[in-house]
Design a protein around this ligand. Sequence first.
Ligand code: NDP
Ligand code: GDR
Length: 351
Amino acid sequence: MQAAVHLPGDQQEMTKVALITGITGQDGSYLAELLLEKGYDVHGIVRRSSTFGTERIDHIYKDPHNPNARLFLHYGDLTDGQSITNLVLDIEPDEIYNLGAQSHVRVSFDQPAYTFQATGGGALNVLEAARQLNKRKATKVYQASSSEMFGEVLETPQTERTPFRPQSPYACAKVYAFHQTVNYRESYDMFAVNGILFNHESPRRGETFVTRKITRAATRIQLGLQEKLYLGNLAAKRDWGYAKDYVEGMWRMLQHDEPDDFVLATGETQTVQDFADLVFKQLELDPKDYIEIDPRYFRPAEVDLLLGDPSKASEKLGWTASTSLEELARLMVENDLELARQEAVVLSSQA
Ligand code: NDP
Ligand code: GDR
């Protein structure tokens, strides 16, 4: 489907405009690719830092002086509400995807206040900016809500109706953002939706999340670059899918005829140990020889089991997670094996 709308009365086509917060992250990079493929102009908000943090989107970025450029980056920060409002009013996006967040659950215990400001308050800043824009132009908002909001296990599988019992500062901030999204939808008649996404991974996953930590370590171990892999709770169960499938679901939520909240999940759950076994097996290594437990990676509170029911998204959006965990692990292993090979070449050239 192309992102062009026909104006009544003439044949002029308008290109749709999207704004993505968190565009430099895993999901932001896949979503930007998807929207560019669909013909959107894509704007992204990036944080200023002393080094570039745009590795995940460098391959789709063109110099803005290039007449074919359709991806535009702007400095901003979710904690700076005025900067978000200014950008939204300047860009006038048709669709806003709020993916920016301090997204690491373990880190949120170390930085609870900042996590709230970025992950909770940031969402409010985006909604408020959209409300201002809505006075002159309709815009839609996607809020990146999370299965972490379910927290303590009250029922499985978890659905859009399962109550929230958050168990980390991150999850509490996401619950706040979830409710504000519903509140803005109902109070101001806005098209604002929550995607309640279960864990989704990829070769672009941040290296301190457990799946990528495992694929990076196992591939480095195979090439003799690392001896051990230190992990925390191996018994935790997660419903893991492929990020590329999930960004398609985000887009479909904003194309639905009415704003609503949707779970995206695979409907299957595995332990961290299972995922490690799968990866080490693909590399013909025995995980028992390499994995050790380091209590530093335990969390003050742990979400023991996440298992999502994606049937509402399947029925109403025609969305399903199409990549198996085995395939996902293979994609990640292939990518990380190549990175490890490159590292080995550099090291041997220095020897
Ligand atoms: P990442 O951690 O990979 O990316 C987070 C993005 O947010 C980065 O672009 C980061 O910028 C940006 N960001 C962080 N703080 C701020 C800030 N103060 N102002 C502006 N931008 C900021 O996350 P994912 O791509 O994995 O996840 C995307 C969203 O979906 C997040 O909100 C996450 O909480 C949520 N989510 C993720 C799930 C998953 O399994 N991946 C599941 C459910 C929800 P920088 O690059 O500069 O750090
Ligand atoms: P999660 O992802 O907390 O579910 O949040 P993460 O990969 O960090 O942890 C998954 C499970 O693995 C256990 N674990 C470890 N985790 C990490 N990071 N490092 C370890 O060494 C380790 N050992 C065991 C954890 O205890 C946990 O049970 C992710 C993020 O993307 C959130 O932003 C998102 O909202 C949720 O997924 C859904």
